[in-house]
Design a binder for this molecule. Structure first.
Ligand SMILES: C[S@@+](CC[C@H](N)C(=O)[O-])C[C@H]1O[C@@H](n2cnc3c(N)ncnc32)[C@H](O)[C@@H]1O
Length: 317
């Protein structure tokens, strides 16, 4: 399926040109690309029979579908893709306990979602596609992930190579390119992204352009506690993450959306972040949430800023 066939208003020529440029890079023998391509090629002949995206664990294949040599190779490939940030997955029976229990975020968002059936959906910053697989359960026309990081992009390609779901596709493009997809999406997910952008309001404007009339935006974000509509702008890092710009309160984020022109903006969920949701595991062996928070005061980050809460908002065009 060509995703652009479902988007008559998208700037096709420009998108096709950008894609061609990216595809040239992805087909090149540059070291950083080749390593991923070789991993994928070594298991590209394998296709899963059993698929189950309804539960917390995205299941692709069962162990008994493969011969033992194939299963060993799949495990080697999956382990080569450590760190696994989003999950959980079970791939041919190999359980991947990722850093994030992404199933919890999905459970919180689910009750607020419009019907996904037959919809054209964008997942901006889709990572390895965990949420895209969860969306597939609801029979969308298309879920298009935007993910510029090669590690995540290739991980999704590997997973969907096994799963073979035609209406899940990923662009190796970033949110910077979203306005090329003018008037194209019924639903856009923007989860875990907004505090990484130096111009969050401009980004929201671009996203709005990519939405059809009546479309829904779901925003999930790290936030600081408080009722005032303010945002924290860290001196260098926030919770050890250097690429963090504005960390808003829920009401500040609501105001950004409203002033961009979104309608019916509502905050539908808030919770304190915690170490059982984001943690070091066998599949993500680097620092995680507990390393980012002051051990003597769990209400502060290691830099002395308010520890993050997470907020969920919904808005219409
Ligand atoms: C904090 S993660 C959030 C992942 C997922 N959406 C979630 O909520 O769990 C941020 C994701 O955005 C991706 N990303 C980084 N720069 C981006 C950009 N310019 N446009 C879109 N996504 C980007 C990262 O590679 C990463 O997968």
């Amino acid at each position: 399926m060509n995703s652009l066939d479902l988007m008559p208003n998208a700037h096709k020529e420009e998108i096709v040109k950008l894609r061609a440029k990216k595809e040239k890079l992805l087909a090149s023998d540059k070291k950083g690309v080749l390593v991923y391509r070789k991993l994928l090629e070594s298991v590209r002949h394998l296709r899963a029979g059993h698929l189950d995206f309804a539960g917390d664990v995205v299941q692709i294949g069962k162990a008994e579908e493969l011969e033992s040599g194939e299963l060993t190779r799949v495990e080697e490939v999956l382990r080569s893709l450590i760190p696994w940030r989003k999950g959980p997955f079970s791939i041919f029976g190999i359980d991947i306990d990722a850093e994030w229990r992404s199933n919890r975020k999905w459970r919180r968002a689910l009750p607020a979602l419009p019907d996904l059936e037959d919809k054209v959906i964008a997942d901006i910053g889709a990572s390895n596609g965990y949420y895209m697989f969860r969306m597939a359960q609801h029979n969308p026309a298309l879920v298009l992930g935007f993910e510029p990081y090669l590690h995540h992009y290739f991980t999704f390609r590997l997973l969907n190579g096994f799963a073979g779901i035609d209406n899940l596709q990923m662009e190796p493009l970033g949110v910077e390119q979203i306005s090329l997809f003018e008037n194209s999406f019924d639903i856009i997910f923007l989860m875990g992204i907004i505090y990484h952008r130096s111009s969050p309001v401009d980004m929201l404007r671009d996203i709005k352009k990519a939405m059809k009339p009546g479309a829904t935006l779901i925003v999930e974000s790290q936030a600081i506690p408080g009722k005032e509509p303010v945002a924290l702008f860290p001196e260098k890092r926030y919770a050890k993450v250097p690429g963090t710009y504005f960390v808003p309160t829920a009401t500040c984020l609501r105001n950004w959306l409203t002033r961009v022109g979104f309608q019916k903006v509502e905050i539908f969920f808030e919770h304190q972040m915690n170490r059982s949701e984001q943690r070091r595991t066998d599949w993500m062996t680097f620092e995680s949430y507990t390393d980012f928070i002051d051990p003597d005061n769990l209400k502060l980050t290691v830099e002395g800023y308010p520890a993050p809460i997470r907020v969920y908002l919904k808005a219409k065009v």
